[in-house]
Ligand binder design. Structure first.
Ligand code: HEC
Ligand code: HEC
Length: 467
């Protein structure tokens, strides 16, 4: 837990919010575009996958961090036996990296693997989203502690203090703006909304003045697996990530990047990260699969599900479809957030990320991507808001639990229901209960499995193991 908190610090700085909600957008879900497949945008193709892994696990793309010596003592005993990294990183947990700043001081910070690597059955799976995080408590007090330690240890005009500010001193205030109402969901876009709020969009330099208002309520999501990125033409649950993917990947750099010149250096390295991401494969289901049942399941799947989720195996085909909210019926607030309330997407579309070559954009729409289902057995819980604990529940909306409490252990996998072991509880009480009655966290919709017979559902479940 302590490590999680430290990792989190290393990502944070200010997120101010105050404000009112804007009105709902007028959304015409019957527009033709929404039923069509999203076309591919040109992507970089010359990356080196091995260098990409080195950069994503050990690189300096977050731009700054906490002075290394403040943190290093805590990790002296670690050995990075998971990623087998070198230098300072040989003694840091897999989700941290240490690097030298331009002024010579060494800092450390979290990496993409803070959220994009996770344990399943005791094994670390790189690329699997971490669904075991818990952001329900404000960590302001810890952030104040880190600040106090830095102030005690370094003189005001030391290179360490210079690197740490303004990132550091804005951190404690921002903590409360990423406090999520449910456990197991990730407020990464809120974090970024907070970073971007204090950046000039054109040159990416720090700005004291807020660029936009942030909504008061905190929406958060599941963390999608990275092995499906190679199939996607648009990133994120609502498909808003368009254009050059390197730019989308490096949104975390807004935490500490110096300016747009620095951002361009980081961008160049992300060509390798993209190549690395294309080498990721979904983990194989570890137990035996009943081939006959799975074969029947394939027929049911191709009849009922493939038009949205695509075909797998020999006739592999993924249609990249964005499904309108009223068709999929799942909780609409995540999609609304980016269309209506948040300040990030407009900022992004004005910024260096959008205007400099290679261009990219945020195109928030009133729908959700029907995701590729490779390795779906491993990426419980389900739906964009992580509101459904198992695949069996996903396929039958009538049995989805309203309030549920997970066993928070990577070995607590339920091979019958396919997902996390959980218990249904009566009311939202206790800190580890997922409450699906909260705005943005509903488990409704996606009722496409409801119409199947019990046998058909069991067959589809078996088939999903094989993807
Ligand atoms: C604080 C947690 C966190 C960190 C750190 C983080 N991400 Fe993510 N990432 C998320 C969440 C949550 C989403 C889902 C947002 C969405 O799809 O709407 C996501 C989505 C993505 C996606 C889209 C995947 C898809 O299928 O659409 C990519 C690609 C990605 N992240 C890459 C990265 C890279 C590369 C880094 C490091 C530079 C990184 N992320 C750092 C939490 C994080
Ligand atoms: C009309 C299009 C459509 C059909 C038909 C459809 N789905 Fe989906 N599916 C979606 C969309 C869109 C999502 C994402 C919804 C969200 O996250 O809110 C989704 C999500 C899922 C997920 C969860 C993915 C995750 O990572 O959490 C699974 C599993 C799934 N569908 C399986 C199926 C199966 C099995 C069928 C057939 C019985 C099916 N779907 C039929 C559109 C569809």
């Amino acid at each position: 837990m302590k490590n999680k908190i430290l990792v989190l610090f290393s990502f944070l700085f200010l997120i101010f919010a105050c404000n009112t909600y804007r009105n709902l957008p007028v959304v015409n879900d019957e527009q033709d575009w929404i039923y069509e497949s999203i076309p591919a945008s040109p992507q970089a193709t010359n990356g080196d996958a091995e260098r990409g892994f080195e950069y994503i696990s050990s690189g300096d793309y977050v731009g700054t961090g906490i002075p290394y010596d403040v943190m290093a003592k805590r990790f002296g005993a670690y050995k990075d036996t998971l990623l087998h990294r070198k230098g300072d990183n040989a003694n840091l947990p897999y989700s941290f990296t240490a690097f030298d700043m331009e002024n010579g001081a060494k800092v450390m910070t979290g990496t993409c693997f803070t959220c994009h690597a996770s344990y399943l059955d005791g094994q670390l799976i790189v690329g699997l989203g971490d669904s075991k995080s818990n952001y329900t408590k404000s960590l302001s007090i810890f952030a104040l502690g880190i600040n106090a330690m830095v102030k005690l240890k370094y003189r005001r005009n030391s290179s360490e203090r210079q690197n740490f500010q303004p990132y550091g001193h804005l951190m404690p205030k921002g903590m409360r703006y990423i406090v999520t109402p449910n456990p197991g969901v990730n407020p990464a876009f809120r974090l970024e909304e907070g970073y971007a709020n204090f950046r000039d969009p054109t040159d990416l330099e720090y700005e004291r003045k807020k660029q936009y208002k942030m909504p008061k309520y905190v929406l958060a999501s599941d963390v999608p697996p990275l092995w499906n990125v190679k199939k996607k033409n648009a990133l994120y649950y609502n498909g808003m990530g368009r254009g050059d993917f390197r730019k989308q990947f490096m949104q975390a750099s807004l935490a500490g990047v110096r300016d747009s010149t620095h951002a361009r250096e980081i961008l160049n390295n992300f060509e390798d990260v993209l190549a690395w991401m294309h080498t990721l494969e979904a983990p194989k289901y570890p137990k035996e699969i009943n081939e006959n049942l799975a074969e029947r399941g394939q027929a049911v799947f191709e009849e009922n599900c493939s038009k949205c989720h695509g075909y797998y195996g020999e006739n592999e085909r993924y249609p990249n479809k964005l499904i309108p909210l009223d068709k999929v019926g799942t909780d609409p607030y995540y999609a609304y957030y980016f269309m209506r309330d948040n300040g990030l997407s407009d900022w992004y579309n004005e910024s260096w990320y959008a205007h400099s070559y290679p261009t990219s954009s945020h195109v928030p729409k009133a729908g959700y991507i029907a995701p590729p289902l490779n390795g779906i057995w491993a990426s419980a819980p389900y739906l964009h808001n992580a509101s459904v604990p198992t695949l069996e529940d996903l396929l039958d909306s009538r049995q989805r639990p309203k309030y549920w409490k997970r066993v928070w252990n990577s070995r607590a996998y339920d091979h019958d229901k396919m997902g996390w072991q959980y218990e249904s509880v009566d009311k939202a009480k206790g800190k580890y209960v997922y409450d699906t009655t909260l705005q943005g966290y509903g488990n409704q919709g996606h009722t496409f499995g409801d119409e199947l017979t019990d046998e058909e559902r069991a067959a589809v479940l078996e088939y999903l193991k094989s993807l």
